[in-house]
Structures are given as structure tokens and as C-alpha cells.
Design a protein around this ligand. Structure first.
Ligand SMILES: [Fe+2]
Ligand SMILES: [Fe+2]
Length: 306
């Protein structure tokens, strides 16, 4: 099971073996009970950020170790936000890479519960999580950031409890249909041709099919299927009218566009948060739910002050 080294706290005994992939082989990197030094973590993260593994049988151990770290009083909110984000990245990568997503879907629930618990435990949690948002566009980073923004926006517009968690999952899985889109289209270095664009626009349907196969709740399916709809009626794939768009998909749509605009892609520079919000509120006015837009503006005003 692939993990991120940054998901482990420094200077704490790690209760499981760690492996590193070198030339296609898994080699022991750290024995259970040993500690990782902060310098070792950062130097290896830079050299081989994708290459750390724990045994699949240790999955539960790894997850409870991460959860314990999030409760620790010795770590700052910023350190915990990093651990939470990095531990989730491994899972999000699995979601998009593994043919079998059953386990990942199940684990994702726990992850969202951890995010919500973290948000509830500390008033600076959301700011720390947003501060870690990656400004490079990969489907994984994007999915996680959309999930985090959806939780923040969703809470601001009144979602609570199980509904808020489903919204977080909806954000995490909104682009799951991109599993069926060829990688060379997803990673294309430049604008898409008409045919490629048509194919790309299939991802909401594909997402619905995947989530339906795994018997996901209707709210999560709606986020995947309706996040490219527009309140003006000119969205895709269904061209729904404003009143027909699911309340959670409205939140995910704002989170999705905001993240896409503020993220660096190979062919354009990221916009500043204030410029992205201005574009959404003015040029793109009418596409997005006004209540959710208000929440987005309020969150960023609060972050700016902080
Ligand atoms: Fe999408
Ligand atoms: Fe997206």
C-alpha cells in the first residue's frame, strides 16, 4: 500500500515496517519501532515522493497511527493538517489508479470523518488545510482540494452531520469518472480538440456509472453527475435548470471551479484567489449558487484577515 512519507510525524516511533521502491523492488527503509527524523523525511520526500509503502496487512495499523497523531497534543494544527492531507493523498491515488475501488470507497468515509472531526476540533483547521492546497493540477490533488473546499463551503451554507460528510465524499469523488478518460487527454499540454472535449465531457456520466456500481448514496452520485451543470441552464451533461440542480452539486461546482482557476496547469498560470473569486462573481455570474458564492467570499475574507 502506497503512502506519503509526510503523513508520518517526525521523531515518533513508527509501529510498522516501511518500504521504498527502488528499481521495481520493495526494499526495507525503516523497521517497526524506529523513528523518522524531520530531515530524513523531507530529503526523501523530495527525491522519491511517490515511492513509500507499507504492507497491505498493516493498512489498519497505519490508519490508526495517523488518527492517533491527529489527536496528539504535541503536534501543531499545521503539522496535523499536513499529516491528514498527506495520509489522504495515498488513498486518493488509489481511487484513481486501482481497478478495484471497493476498499478505497470504504476507507474514504473514514477519511472524511477525520476531516470533519479535525475541523470541529480546532477553529484554525480549515485555514491550515486550505493553506496546504496544492497549486499543481493533478486529479488527485484536485479531488482532495475540492473535497476540503466543499466541506468548508458546505458548513458555511448549513450542511451538518452525515449530510456534510456525504458532501465531502461527493467532492472527493466528483471527478471519479475521469478514470475512464484516456490519460493523454487528461494531461494534455494545451487546449483540447472538439472530439477530445466531447470525450472529456463524458466524465460526469462515467462517474455516475462507477458510483452506481458501488451502490454509493444518491447525494454522492449527484455531485459526480451534476457538478458541471450551471444555474443558467447551459451546463453539461444534462443542461439542468437551476431548480433541478442538487444542493450538494451546487457546492461542489463552486469548489471545483475555484480550485481549477487557482491551480497551475501546464498551459496556464494560476489565478490569485481574489481574481478567481472576482471572475466567478462577475464574468461567470449567474452560473453558481449565490449563497455558496457568498460563503466562498466570506471564507476568503476571513482567511485574508487571519
Ligand atoms: Fe469535473
Ligand atoms: Fe473537477
Amino acid at each position: 500500500m502506497k503512502i506519503r512519507l509526510n503523513s508520518l510525524p517526525p521523531s515518533v516511533a513508527i509501529p510498522f515496517d516501511l518500504f521504498v521502491a527502488i528499481g521495481g523492488r520493495h526494499v526495507h527503509y525503516l523497521r517497526a519501532g524506529d523513528m523518522l527524523k524531520a530531515e530524513k523525511i523531507s530529503s526523501f520526500e523530495k527525491k522519491a515522493p511517490e515511492s513509500f509503502f507499507v504492507l497491505s496487512a498493516e493498512r489498519g495499523n497505519y490508519q490508526s497511527f495517523v488518527r492517533d497523531s491527529l489527536m496528539s497534543e504535541k503536534l501543531s494544527t499545521k503539522q496535523k493538517a499536513l499529516i491528514l492531507r498527506e495520509s489522504t493523498m495515498g488513498l486518493v491515488e488509489e481511487l484513481f489508479e486501482r481497478p478495484d475501488i471497493e476498499t478505497a470507497l470504504r476507507d474514504a468515509r473514514q477519511v472524511i470523518e477525520d476531516f470533519v472531526a479535525f475541523m470541529d476540533s480546532d477553529s484554525n483547521a480549515m485555514a491550515s488545510l486550505i493553506g496546504l492546497s496544492s497549486h499543481d493540477f493533478y486529479t488527485y490533488n484536485h479531488s482532495l482540494d475540492v473535497s476540503i473546499y466543499s466541506l468548508g463551503l458546505g458548513q458555511a451554507v448549513g450542511f451538518r452531520g452525515d449530510e456534510l460528510k456525504e458532501l465531502g465524499l461527493g467532492g472527493l469523488f466528483h471527478d471519479i469518472g475521469k478514470r475512464y478518460i484516456p490519460l493523454d487527454i487528461i494531461c494534455k499540454n494545451g487546449p483540447l480538440t472538439d472530439d477530445e472535449w466531447k470525450l472529456m465531457q463524458m466524465h460526469p456520466q462515467y462517474g455516475l456509472v462507477i458510483l452506481d456500481e458501488h451502490k454509493s448514496p444518491a447525494n454522492i452520485k449527484a455531485c459526480a453527475f451534476e457538478h458541471h451543470e450551471s444555474l443558467k441552464g447551459n451546463g453539461y451533461p444534462q443542461g439542468l435548470q437551476a431548480h433541478e440542480i442538487h444542493p450538494m452539486a451546487r457546492v461542489v461546482a463552486v469548489a471545483d471551479t475555484y480550485d481549477a482557476l487557482t491551480t497551475k496547469r501546464s498551459y496556464n498560470d494560476p489565478m490569485k484567489p481574489t481574481d478567481a473569486i472576482e471572475l466567478m462573481a462577475q464574468k461567470l455570474a449567474g452560473k453558481y449558487d449565490p449563497e455558496v458564492m457568498k460563503a466562498l467570499i466570506a471564507i476568503f475574507q476571513k482567511l485574508k484577515v487571519a
